[in-house]
Design a protein. Structure first.
Length: 256
């Protein structure tokens, strides 16, 4: 073999040796480095706040027919309001919510619907005023708890904008009062407050209680979602994906 060929062979050898070292080192670093976090958990999640009722008293078509006979039929008004909420047509839903409040002040869904519509139209402060107005009415038990829970949601929305601890404390107070009255989603709100404070063990306790005990699919799904979020924050992406998958299976409509 000529000397030039030997030099070429040695050069090729060292080039491939270097490539192998680089490849091995890259693979080693990938093993040591944490997995890439999923972006924002479940993509396309609906807003956690202000969910419409799970079921309408009647179909949209039947409700519209009923309203031609009796424009103030409360079940028909609520059904159309909820239909528009599910369509994301918040200004249309607001029209029906205001009519319910005016004609049926004893119907809590009218106030809740009005709060949902105002919030989703960006009028958080006005929504808070409506919630306090509703609390002046003689609602008791779960109905009063629902108003307090949504008031906690509104306070938490403001906190996410201004990070004022007093606002966060008010949100927690509303959630605890709502939970004492048996309102769904109130303990979920308490968990979200704990997350904002970095109290992950407290939040995990609340969320596991909800997931194991709540009779409401949406509430269990949201508890699973936040359990996934907590796992993601701790770098445990396999567990976070496990909980996100459970959340989607438990209540698909919340994650579209």
């Amino acid at each position: 073999m000529r000397r030039d060929d030997k030099r070429l062979n040695r050069a090729v050898y060292w080039i491939w040796f270097g490539v192998a070292i680089i490849a091995f080192g890259t693979a080693f670093l990938l093993v040591l480095s944490p997995q890439k976090a999923p972006q924002h958990g479940i993509r396309g999640i609906r807003p956690i706040l202000f969910p419409a009722p799970e079921k309408m008293p009647m179909s949209y078509e039947n409700a519209k027919k009923r309203l031609t006979i009796d424009p103030n039929d409360v079940n028909a008004l609520v059904s159309v309001m909820v239909y528009y909420q599910n369509q994301g047509r918040w200004r249309d839903s607001m029209v029906y919510a205001r009519r319910i409040v005016a004609k049926h002040p004893q119907e809590v869904l009218g106030y809740l619907g009005l709060v949902y519509a105002l919030q989703n139209c960006g009028a958080t402060e006005e929504a808070i005023k409506v919630a306090y107005w509703a609390l002046q009415h003689p609602f008791k038990g779960v109905e009063r708890g629902q108003i307090l829970r949504v008031l906690g949601d509104l306070r938490l929305t403001l906190y996410e904008k201004n990070h004022d601890n007093h606002t966060l404390n008010l949100a927690e107070q509303h959630y605890r009062e709502a939970h004492a009255l048996g309102a769904p989603l109130a303990m979920l709100g308490m968990a979200r407050v704990a997350i904002e404070r970095g109290q992950y063990s407290v939040a995990r306790y609340y969320l596991t209680q909800i997931y194991s005990r709540s009779p409401y699919p949406r509430e269990r799904a949201l508890a699973a979602y936040y359990l996934g979020y907590l796992a993601e924050q701790m770098g445990d992406f396999r567990t976070s994906r496990y909980w996100y998958d459970i959340a989607k299976r438990t209540h698909p409509r919340s994650f579209i």
